[in-house]
Design a protein around this ligand. Structure first.
Ligand SMILES: Nc1ncnc2c1ncn2[C@@H]1O[C@@H]2COP(=O)(O)O[C@H]2[C@H]1O
Length: 908
């Protein structure tokens, strides 16, 4: 199949190039439509994408949102002003007016919209806070007291020290869309700056964080893509020392990226926070694949004169390993489909698509270019090449000498990794995802500190019966719960129906502080709420007083911290009166719960990826035992990765949860390359120890360069604005470096005691049906032994008319006819005499093996396949597989004896 492909590619170069051009144009149009002048590749970094599309918790949250309005408000704050002053209050009032004039906003809450009830000379004086008198020290003192006594404004709309005023903005339409491009935010900031030129303007809220995340992702793609490409070119130049060998792979990778993004755009799914790392992944993996192809081409080109046959040969050598390594890499990605997060699943599909596209291009487009343009590799005597050879020798010697300690250390690492992995925490923060000096984070933290927390969620209490929440004992339970919540260190502020009720009660009682409590009777409560509640109540209790919510604003944002808080709250909620059902909900809560699922999803994905890789390796090496051995060096880096997380207390987040599967899928490539080469060398040398050195020598260069390429590709992500991308980049590079180390130390140590037969050797060798029965030389061998014998020999194809043996030659090759027809003949006295016609199973050339000159000519009558071996092959076999060798020698004797009998019979 690969052979057919290699011929097809080398004879259809032009067609391939044209097809690639056309498809690339299509991909480009799918990404950017020049007619509509619109980009179709969307980026949506919103938290929503991390949530399962449909889930009971999510449905509940949506229901709550419909009932009480969303928690995705934007908070605008003026910091560094004196709220309790003529000028301060005027500024707040002016800005509130300006904001209210904006048609995009549904509601603006500020000190200019919340009323204060005050008993003045026996009269109830109700007016908004900004209208309170501040003309005397006493008046200002009074206002300060009012502000701090009012649970609805204190640390919601004004900071405790009175130096910050907040404006809570609710959008008319979907706030995420409204704030998406940052234009509306700029407009608001401008209004604020105009209203209070001396103040520091702060803004925060989920819609802003989301838009900043999206912008950071766009920035990152804009920055990392060219940087990684520059790096790719640099590494290729370093590895291959010539320009053509740089341009062709780079072009291939560019096309692969273009196609992948074209497919993403055509799918209509936007890139999210996690899948935005698909481009760097596709580029770096593409580089690794291209390097293997070009390296192989260089090696073959040194032996073969014309570029066309060199391409063909290189493709034949590298085709199958390339397909297999792509399959294992894709398997690693696809195992991530088991992750509960849609964002991660989308990454899995797009990354696997990228691998498939890259495979197609490295098998067609790249060879097509190579066969047209040609390029030379670095000289094998270049200092770099010599250095690699030297390193390979040293490593091989070391790993053979310390074989047992190395294996022991590897197993110890594996166990250690697994043990410390049990302590891994999961967690993610969106704001803390930004660098500490990022404006989004600075504003968030300033507001978080000066007001009561900036991360809202709610506790929904359902009584199911109308008027549940006008009953004094129920409201007292609510008050106690709220007091408990306020004591939790993670909680900034809380707001509930009780706060309102107490305020109304007080203002209806002439502002008397003694009435700052829940009234005693049900009817009184209901009356107060109905008459004094107003709009503000809509967000806290439903019209039937059957469902209410306590809005909690947390100071923490990291999902691990939120999780702890929620767990504690859940315990406390169990102590509420039986009639109430309480649920903690909110965007933060949903994200936290899903992120918690990452851990279980992670084990499942890694487990499945490992099983798939194990099955592929076992098939490849036709043995479960060898498969297990080949899997070991790949589990090791994963174990080290988990161990590192556990040891340094790094929490797993949606992005870093990809690493284990990616590394498993990628690291196995190097193991396959090493073991395949080791297998070939072991076969040729009949010496596993020598084969280790030889195999290392030939793979260390490509494996090292691909690792350098992969690591530097991932390290570029460390320049991202987003901390989780930085963490991903650093950890992925680290783990791949560990994988490299394992492959040059642990794999050689492990394999030096194992005999390997690779699948493609077996595939290539088709001995026909029942070789042991139909080929006398293989008589009494088991099928595995027969295959081993065949693998130690050479399978040759000859055309009709080929002279296989010439009389009188000195040669010791023996041929077994697998299929076809051969004729032995001699020429005596100018006359041709036919000796025998031989078919499947016959052996010829055995006389030469035992030291005599060839006794006859042997020609192929038809195209034939011959299994060829010689004295040194048999000697190899005698050392490595004495049993097989003994049987073969015996069979050879039998065949010779039979031939003698036949010849004697002819003479008689
Ligand atoms: N009389 C014969 N009948 C069948 N095979 C023969 C005969 N003579 C020679 N051959 C085969 O022809 C081969 C020529 O090379 P060898 O002498 O190495 O081994 C020889 C035998 O395998």
């Amino acid at each position: 199949m690969i052979k057919a492909l290699s011929y097809w590619v080398s004879t259809h170069t032009r067609q391939i190039l044209v097809l690639v051009l056309v498809l690339s144009a299509l991909a480009a149009v799918s990404i950017y439509n020049p007619v509509e002048r619109a980009w179709h590749l969307d980026i949506d970094a919103s938290v929503d994408r991390l949530l399962p599309a449909s889930h009971p918790d999510r449905d509940f949250y949506e229901q709550t949102r419909r009932l009480f309005g969303g928690d995705d408000v934007v908070i605008l704050a003026l910091s560094g002003i004196d709220v309790v002053s003529e000028q301060g209050l005027q500024t707040i009032e002016n800005l509130t007016h300006a904001l209210r004039a904006l048609p995009q906003l549904r509601q603006v809450q500020s000190l200019a919209t919340v009323s204060n009830a005050r008993n003045r000379d026996g009269f109830l004086d109700v007016d908004v806070f900004t209208r309170m008198p501040v003309d005397s020290e006493q008046a200002r003192h009074q206002l300060r007291a009012d502000l701090s006594n009012n649970a609805l404004v204190n640390r919601h709309l004004v900071s405790a020290d009175g130096r910050l005023a907040a404006f809570v903005l609710s959008a008319r339409e979907d706030p995420s869309t409204l704030f998406a491009d940052g234009e509306f935010e700029r407009q608001i900031r401008q209004l604020a700056a105009d209203a209070a030129p001396q103040a520091r303007v702060l803004m925060t809220g989920a819609p802003l964080v989301k838009s900043a995340l999206t912008q950071a992702v766009v920035e990152q793609l804009r920055f990392t893509t060219p940087v990684i490409f520059a790096l790719v070119a640099g590494i290729l130049l370093l590895a291959f020392h010539n320009l053509r060998s740089v341009i062709m792979p780079t072009l291939t990778i560019m096309v692969a990226l273009l196609w992948t993004l074209g497919i993403v755009a055509a799918s209509g799914i936007s890139l999210n926070l996690v899948s935005s790392i698909v481009p760097p992944v596709v580029i770096t993996l593409g580089l690794a694949a291209c390097m293997h192809v070009v390296s192989e081409f260089h090696v073959v080109r040194r032996r073969v004169d014309d570029k066309l046959s060199a391409t063909r040969q290189a493709l034949q050598n590298i085709g199958l390993p390339l397909i297999l390594t792509s399959v294992t890499t894709a398997a690693g990605f696809l195992a991530l489909l088991l992750n509960p997060l849609p964002a991660v699943r989308e990454f899995a599909v797009f990354a696997a698509t990228g691998v498939a596209v890259t495979l197609v291009l490295t098998l067609t487009f790249l060879p097509a270019m190579l066969s047209m343009v040609d390029c030379a590799g670095p000289s094998p005597d270049a200092p770099g090449a010599r250095l690699f050879r030297w390193a390979a020798e040293q490593l091989a010697a070391f790993s053979l000498r310390f074989r047992h300690p190395i294996i022991f250390a590897g197993v110890a690492c594996l166990l250690f990794g697994l043990i410390s992995a049990t302590g891994i925490r999961v967690g993610t923060g969106y704001v803390s995802g930004f660098a500490p000096d990022h404006p989004v984070r600075l504003d968030y933290e300033a507001i978080n500190q000066q007001l009561g927390g900036a991360n809202p969620f709610s506790i929904v209490l359902e009584g199911f019966v109308p008027d549940t929440f006008v009953e004094p004992d129920i409201l007292t339970a609510l008050e106690a719960l709220q007091a408990w919540l306020d004591m939790q260190p993670e909680v900034g502020t809380t707001q509930s129906l009780v706060d309102h009720l107490k305020l109304i009660n007080r203002s209806f009682n002439d502002g008397d502080p003694r009435f700052d409590r829940i009234p005693e009777s049900r009817s009184e409560i209901k009356q107060l709420l109905l008459f004094g509640g107003g709009n503000a109540l809509n967000g806290l209790v439903d019209k039937r007083f059957a469902t209410t919510q306590i809005v909690v604003r947390a100071r923490v944002e990291d999902s691990a911290a939120i999780k702890q808080l929620i767990d504690r709250i859940d315990e406390r909620l169990a102590r509420l009166p039986r009639r109430l059902e309480a649920t903690v909900t909110g965007n933060t809560v949903l994200v936290t719960n899903t992120v918690e699922d990452i851990a279980s999803g992670q084990w499942l994905s890694v487990g499945v990826a490992a099983i798939i890789v194990y099955i592929i390796l076992s098939m490849l090496f036709t043995s479960w035992r060898v498969g297990a051995m080949a899997l070991m060096p790949n589990l090791l880096p994963v174990a080290v990765y988990f161990g590192t997380l556990g040891l340094f207390d790094i929490s797993l987040n949606p992005t870093t949860s990809l690493i284990a599967c990616i590394v498993l899928g990628v690291a196995v490539d190097d193991t396959i390359h090493f073991l395949v080469r080791f297998n070939a060398e072991a076969r040729a040398r009949a010496d596993e120890k020598g084969a280790v050195a030889a195999a290392l020598r030939s793979v260390i260069r490509p494996v090292t360069f691909t690792t350098i390429a992969l690591c530097s590709g991932f390290l570029v992500l460390c320049f991202s604005e987003l901390q989780n991308q930085v963490q991903f980049g650093a950890l992925a590079a680290f783990t791949l470096a560990v994988a490299w180390f394992t492959d040059v130390m642990f794999t050689p140590a492990l394999s030096s005691g194992v005999r390997i037969v690779t699948l493609w050797d077996v595939l290539r060798l088709d001995l026909g049906e029942d070789p042991q029965l139909s080929i006398p030389l293989l008589k009494d061998l088991t099928s595995r032994q027969a295959r081993t014998f065949a693998l130690l020999s050479d399978l040759q194809e000859v055309d009709a008319g080929t002279r296989v043996i010439t009389e009188g030659d000195d040669a010791d090759d023996v041929y077994v006819i697998v299929d076809g027809e051969l004729k032995a003949w001699v020429e005596r006295d100018g006359e041709r005499r036919d000796l025998a016609t031989m078919r499947r199973g016959a052996v010829t050339g055995e006389v030469g093996l035992f030291g005599s000159k060839r006794t006859a000519n042997v020609d192929a009558l038809t195209p034939a396949r011959l299994l060829k071996f010689n004295g040194s092959d048999l000697e190899n076999m005698r050392q490595r597989y004495p049993r097989i060798a003994a049987t073969i020698y015996r069979n050879l004797n039998l065949i010779q004896a039979q031939r003698l009998v036949n010849t004697t019979r002819m003479v008689q």
